[in-house]
Design a protein around this ligand. Structure first.
Ligand SMILES: Cc1cc2nc3c(=O)[nH]c(=O)nc-3n(C[C@H](O)[C@H](O)[C@H](O)COP(=O)(O)OP(=O)(O)OC[C@H]3O[C@@H](n4cnc5c(N)ncnc54)[C@H](O)[C@@H]3O)c2cc1C
Length: 433
């Protein structure tokens, strides 16, 4: 790999989470000179449910990491609980994806992927924060500003220094201060989630199911449009959390800490979850979803993972989409570096729309549907009466459909795409359904 110099690189990646490390790995693998700045020292804690679906596992396997995940707990499927009913469903068989997932703390997982990027040849600068973009160019309307790198500060250096690069990737997560400095913002018409998680000691820590509760209630016993989860970690602990849509006006007043307390109190007693078995206070974070953050590309800049609003609106999953968009960005950056320039960067955005556009449009419509408490109650309680329906819904929600498939999940999904398109056109002419 050709190193251009200590502080001038082909690509500078801001953030060493799933999206940044994946992007750095694929760039380094292709022989490009890439540097990642990560403000924390890895391993570090990151608030997350720690759940990996088969989509994320596929990406980890492609990076050659599956055998190194010693601290991971393998599980086989999802147990959904709502309105007194329980349905257990194994992950489906879909070509190209495994039939299992893992749980693993982000403390361990993110360090593993960053180390993989480093072994592939990326320069991973830990404890190094990007303070601001260098020479941000005036962006064209609707585009991200271009920039020449970042001013960075690290514990190792007495004063901030310039880190220059031909291309800059924004992978600094949900808050994305660097992205905002280049002009990104969240479209407030798009949904956004808010979630809280804590660790608890539990005798059921090595179960082979992750558990999802679809009828969580507030302290008054009223159902709220969100979900609770209990994910066994296999190390004596379970990850317990609640997620809800913070953008819907009807839920603005909800206090997530109180909701978490209510969920812990309502969770099945056999998990042994209580304030006494809590390992530490719960922590929370935002989930920017459905392609709700933009613009994502400029002449030499692009945004990936949470910084681009790429969380799946159906299920709040973001790790797989961080890995996937990091990998896609690396491919288009490779073309840009090989001579394609800004046009190749623009191709990244076109590719995102091709891969996720329809799916996220349907996801956003789904979120709108379930944000009405009555409709949500009706959908969940009738869905829970049919195992076959829930099996197809699980495949749609985890984005595990066969590309040319003709099964009920694929047919149902294509109908939803059509419906979401109609809704979008009605909205454009001012009719809200
Ligand atoms: C409570 C909760 C539960 C969740 N549960 C799940 C789950 O079970 N499964 C799932 O798939 N997804 C889950 N998600 C979503 C998931 O955590 C994110 O989608 C995922 O972390 C996105 O990866 P990323 O690399 O884009 O961002 P991040 O993981 O946030 O990584 C960004 C990195 O950039 C670094 N950084 C930030 N600013 C700078 C700077 N200026 N300079 C240098 N470094 C910087 C940060 O330290 C961080 O390491 C959950 C989210 C929350 C809040």
């Amino acid at each position: 790999m050709a190193k251009r110099g200590d502080n001038v690189h082909d690509v500078l990646v801001i953030g060493g989470g799933p999206s940044g490390s994946s992007c750095a790995y694929w760039l380094a693998e292709a022989g490009w000179d890439v540097a990642v700045v990560e403000k924390k020292e890895l391993p570090r804690e990151k608030t997350c449910g720690d759940g990996l679906t088969p989509r994320a596992v596929r990406q980890l396997a492609d990076m050659g990491l599956e055998d190194s995940m010693t601290g991971a707990h393998r599980y086989g499927g999802l147990r959904s609980i709502a309105f007194g009913r329980t349905i257990e469903l194994r992950w489906p068989e879909v070509p190209g994806f495994p039939t299992y997932g893992y749980t693993i703390t982000r403390h361990d997982l993110d360090a593993l992927v960053a180390e993989r990027a480093s072994k592939a040849g990326a320069t991973v600068l830990q404890g190094t924060e990007a303070l601001e973009p260098l020479e941000p160019a005036e962006p064209e309307s609707g585009a991200l500003a271009g920039c020449g790198g970042a001013m960075v500060s690290s514990k190792a250096a007495a004063s901030p220094a310039e880190l220059r690069a031909r291309y800059v990737v924004v992978a600094d997560g949900a808050n994305s201060r660097f992205g905002r400095a280049l002009g990104t913002s969240r479209d407030r018409n798009y949904p956004q989630g808010m979630a809280l998680r804590g660790y608890y000691r539990s005798e059921r820590h090595d179960e082979e199911w992750i558990e999802s509760h679809l009828d969580i209630r507030d302290a008054d016993g009223d159902v709220v449009p969100g979900y609770g989860w209990i994910f066994p970690l296999g190390d004596g602990r379970v990850n317990v959390g609640v997620g809800l849509l913070s953008t819907d006006q009807r839920w603005k007043g909800l206090n997530t800490s109180r909701l978490m307390d209510a969920f812990v109190a309502q969770a099945p007693k056999s998990w042994g979850i209580s304030p006494e078995t809590s390992c530490a206070p719960a922590t929370g974070g935002r989930l920017p979803m459905g392609l709700g953050v933009g613009p994502r590309t400029g002449i030499n800049t692009l945004a990936i993972g949470d910084a681009g609003g790429l969380i799946n609106p159906f299920n709040g999953e973001g790790i797989a989409y961080g890995y996937e968009t990091g990998r896609m960005a690396a491919a288009f950056l490779g073309q840009a570096l090989a001579g394609g320039g800004a046009e190749s960067i623009a191709d990244y955005e076109r590719h995102l729309d091709e891969i996720y556009g329809d799916y996220y449009r349907v996801g956003r419509a789904f979120v709108r549907l379930i944000s009405d408490p009555r409709r949500m109650r009706l959908c969940v309680s009738s869905g829970m009466h049919s195992r076959a329906f829930m099996a197809q819904l699980m495949r749609i929600m985890a984005n595990l459909m066969r590309p040319q498939g003709s099964g009920p999940a694929e047919v149902g999904y294509r109908a939803m795409v059509g419906m979401a398109g109609v809704l979008q056109r009605l909205e454009k002419v001012g009719i809200s359904v």
